[in-house]
Design a protein around this ligand. Structure first.
Ligand code: C2E
Ligand code: MG
Ligand code: MG
Ligand code: MG
Length: 285
């Protein structure tokens, strides 16, 4: 039912908007059964130390619905968060990730993304402790990735939580650094071990002098604070080379390896063994 008055622009947007809302409702309903129906799974993307090779993987959540196909995490994770499903899904990610990481060499680390909803609900330290217990994965092999959205609320509680994880030997990474507000006060107040520089600064690192200056400064800042740095979104050999020369500790991106199913990780480790990023094999399909 289109409006006829001066609010004509509402009419232009009403149909696609309605579609989006219906789609969202539809996804919301289907997502409730996704975990129980075995539609969720994890892929693993390699984390590469320039002179060493693969040193770990980041677990990335996937949802394949039998009719809708693959739904991107950028779409369904926000729905899971607002629907109160992220606690349960997040706990599953931690359990499954720790379990699957057991197959890797004992020096390899597992990075898991933890959302603000999981943090705010308060049970995150127990959830992590249970996942480590059940899998018998050593705590120092686990890295928890959080974005600054986690730190915006309940700052004192969050500091407590991060300190508890820190004491357990779990490492904490600040994901997507530079993407939004990236307040430096977070770096002063929270015990991060690693900073992940957002791909926004990496994509043009070969040609944009400003990106170069910013990334060099961030490397300096992080190293000065005793943190390591991971560059996200490394897609080309030239970017990997520039970042390795600049002293970046770890690289992640399609050039080093796309997210892959769990059962492909061991073959990937074998294939890249003994390689530095300077002679990286072509990315597997
Ligand atoms: P993120 O944690 O920053 O993960 C990196 C994202 O960049 C992944 O997208 C990855 O596939 C993509 N990526 C990796 N290398 C490249 C590259 O070279 N070029 C480009 N263009 N992209 C690259 P993905 O898998 O779609 O995940 C998107 C976001 O969803 C993640 O961003 C993370 O914030 C969230 N997410 C994924 N899995 C989980 C999870 O288990 N729990 C929570 N809370 N969030 C998750
Ligand atoms: Mg991440
Ligand atoms: Mg990121
Ligand atoms: Mg992200």
């Amino acid at each position: 039912a289109a409006k006829r008055d001066g609010r004509g622009c509402a009419r232009v947007f009403s149909q696609p908007m309605q579609l989006l809302i219906e789609q969202r409702e539809n996804l919301r309903r289907k997502l409730r059964g996704a975990l129980a129906n075995g539609e969720l799974f994890l892929e693993y993307q390699p984390l590469v130390q320039p002179t060493v090779g693969v040193v770990g993987f980041e677990a990335l959540l996937r949802w394949r619905h039998p009719e809708l196909g693959l739904i991107p995490p950028g779409i369904f994770i926000p729905i899971a968060e607002t629907d109160g499903l992220m606690d349960e899904i997040g706990a599953w990610v931690l359990r499954r990730g720790c379990e699957q990481a057991r197959a890797w060499p004992p020096t390899f680390s597992l990075a898991v993304n933890v959302s603000s909803a999981q943090f705010l609900s308060g049970g995150i330290t127990d959830t992590i402790a249970h996942a480590l217990d059940a899998s018998e994965l050593h705590p120092d092999r686990l890295e928890v990735e959080i974005t600054e959205s986690v730190l915006l609320e309940k700052t004192v509680d969050n500091l407590d939580t991060l300190n508890t994880l820190n004491v357990l030997g779990i490492r904490i990474s600040l994901d997507d650094f530079g993407k939004s507000y990236s307040s430096l006060s977070y770096l002063k107040n929270f015990p991060f071990d690693t900073m992940k520089i957002d791909q926004y600064f990496i994509s043009d690192i070969r040609s944009n002098v400003k990106s170069q200056i910013i990334v060099r400064s961030v490397l300096d800042l992080a190293h000065g604070l005793g943190m390591t740095v991971t560059a996200e979104g490394v897609e080309m050999p030239g970017q990997a080379e520039w970042l390795a020369d600049a002293g970046c500790d770890r690289l992640q991106g399609y050039y080093l390896g796309r997210p892959m199913p769990a059962d492909a990780t061991l073959e990937f480790i074998r294939r890249t063994a003994g390689r530095s990023v300077a002679d990286w094999p072509e990315t597997m399909p």
